[in-house]
Design a protein around this ligand. Structure first.
Ligand SMILES: CC(C)(COP(=O)(O)OP(=O)(O)OC[C@H]1O[C@@H](n2cnc3c(N)ncnc32)[C@H](O)[C@@H]1OP(=O)(O)O)[C@@H](O)C(=O)NCCC(=O)NCCS
Length: 161
């Protein structure tokens, strides 16, 4: 879709309550007993730049239409770090490539921060990420159901083997 711009979420902090409502609606089962207010507080902790955690938004004009985040930790069973999370595109803007743009922007941001490998987990979007080059590391049973844990190399290792 033409005219989509990816920017740091911190530049659009006023959209955070709306984003928290989207997330709460979308991931209520995965959040378990969490409230929308606690989800909003977590999103507020992503309002940073040039560090992890952080988050990006997709803009159509001045309207926030999608989000993605980079987090240190996600699943206690997987000590690996960091993680891509909070990928969301508002329903009326889906299937125009904005999700892919957000994933690729998060990968570039992680690489620029020195990250070699990013991780994520997904209940239903495994094929979407596989198409973007992500590989499955394994599967885990979470309260909301089974998820695939995936990874993507985003930077170059300095370690010689
Ligand atoms: C998953 C999600 C972020 C994808 O966002 P999106 O903007 O629709 O993503 P894209 O447009 O890049 O790709 C989605 C699909 O549209 C297709 N597509 C991309 N551009 C297209 C176009 N111009 N026309 C038609 N289809 C297109 C892609 O091939 C892809 O197909 P797939 O579903 O078979 O993989 C979005 O559906 C969403 O927010 N879902 C709810 C939250 C969620 O599940 N997040 C991920 C959890 S881990």
């Amino acid at each position: 879709m033409d005219g989509i711009v990816i920017r740091p979420m911190i530049e659009h902090a006023g959209a955070v309550p709306r984003i928290a409502a989207w997330f709460f609606e979308e991931w209520r089962l995965i959040y378990g007993g969490e409230t929308q207010a606690s989800v909003q507080r977590r999103i507020e902790s992503w309002l940073t730049q040039r560090q992890i955690p952080t988050a990006l938004v997709a803009l159509s004009g001045n309207q926030v239409v999608g989000t993605v985040a980079l987090k240190e930790q996600e699943l206690p069973q997987f000590p690996e770090s960091p993680w891509l999370a909070g990928l969301y595109v508002v329903p009326e803007f889906r299937r125009h490539g904005i999700g892919a743009l957000l994933v690729q922007a998060a990968e570039r941001e992680a690489a620029s921060l020195g990250v070699e490998r990013l991780h994520l987990y997904t209940p239903g979007s495994q094929q979407f990420y596989a198409r973007l080059g992500w590989s499955v590391l394994g599967h885990r049973l979470l309260p909301g159901g089974m998820v695939a844990v995936m990874c993507q190399q985003v930077g170059v290792s300095n370690v010689r083997h």
